[in-house]
Design a protein around this ligand. Sequence first.
Ligand code: CS2
Length: 493
Amino acid sequence: MTSESTLSRTHLDALRAHLLSPKWHEPEIGIVHLGIGNFHRAHQALYTEEAMLARGGDWGICGVTLQGDVTKRDALMAQDGLYSVVERGPGGVRVTVARALREVLAMPFDRARLFELLANPRVRIVSLTVTEKGYCRDAQTGDVDFANERVVHDLLRLAEAATVPGILTAALKARREAGTPPFTVLSCDNLSHNGAALKQVVRSFAAKLDASLAGWIDEQVAFPSTMVDRIVPATTDADRAAIRSALGVSDEAPVPCEPFRQWVIEDRFPAGRPAWEAVGAQLVEDVAPFEIAKLRMLNATHSTLAYLSMLAGFETISDAVSHAPLRTLIHAMMTREIAPTLDVPASFDLLAYRDALLERYANPALKHRCAQIAMDGSQKLPPRILSTIGARLGDGEPFERLALAIASWFVFLRGRAESGERYVISDPLADRLAQIATNADDAEQLVDAMLGFREVFPESLADAPALRAALLRALRALEGGVRSAIAAYATLD
Ligand code: CS2
């Protein structure tokens, strides 16, 4: 193989050592996945390939990018849907060439093909990793956000739907009209009760168009919840170069990730599913305790590390936790402020979970950039941190470190690190949030204006004097220097 050649099916024989198994039948497409980012390709796509190897089934995947990213589609299609998953752990690197992805589409260009697949009874699952903002959810009611212009567009022109609720409603409507049983809708995003949350969004969208369609969705369509976990950074040029030398062919779309992975799934798939349980996924009746534990422990500490690091100048999560006071801070945050709010089965050892998280964060080979995690705070912080603050307030318990995390996000929104270095804020509400953060003259104004921001803070929290006071203390501590605030909060009683 020459170094100029690009990964394709003709290389599979030579790359045998990097395949999960040499045996393979090309599966028909059984899953359409919306949001074909790195996470899906390092997580559900691998579980699905392994499940097919273990138990068969036609569960090939058609991945869809909703942002019109034809570059990604073209790169993956030029590679016959193949790509490498590069697990970077303390024990070294393991490269697997993944094969379950059969086709990639880019909306809006491939609309006809997407709807052809969504109407095909062979497609029995539509799964999603579209990030929090992809749900177009009204944070207060949980319904679809009827004020969102894209939602308004899709309600008026369903045939041109481009939002997630619009696409799913249009596809389900077509199935109902054709007498085809519905597909199962599987949300794999970091939202609490993700299945139920997605169902409410789709149902409320459909109800605006046709009450009987909404009733049919209620009765006929399953939206199981899931907890997905694997740390999957964005791909860099260094990843591409490393793959070229490891495989001897170039791969434009490799996915770096940690060795750890976990998938807990509510087992409600009326139209069938891959045998994921045969390859390590946990199929359970109620995923909520796992999902909430992961959001509040992992994702919350990730966001905390990200905002404090953006201000203090740590580039990656492993850099952040190698700063001892910061590690102590999130250790204490998990032990004293988060774990006591969690109600998990007796077999779930929260302290062992905490320790395993800290070990995963310390993985220096992963280079998970804090800037990546810092994106979309307005969408991420309510389920990750504000829900825990609500629980602590309800119990009359302190939550100083959680308040520090929120305060560091407020300061982050000014767009400037402590060193003076500027960065770009990526958030669907960035303009309005940045305006509040930069216009406030002092800590009190900042806290009051932010607490008044209804898309993020529900009234019940905004009106809590204990939250306002804790945020003010945290902001004043940060004004005295980010590292000294970290040190002070690490050792608080
Ligand atoms: C991270 C998550 O980017 C983020 O906000 O917290 O993507 C995290 O890495 C995954 O949820 C881990 O499973």
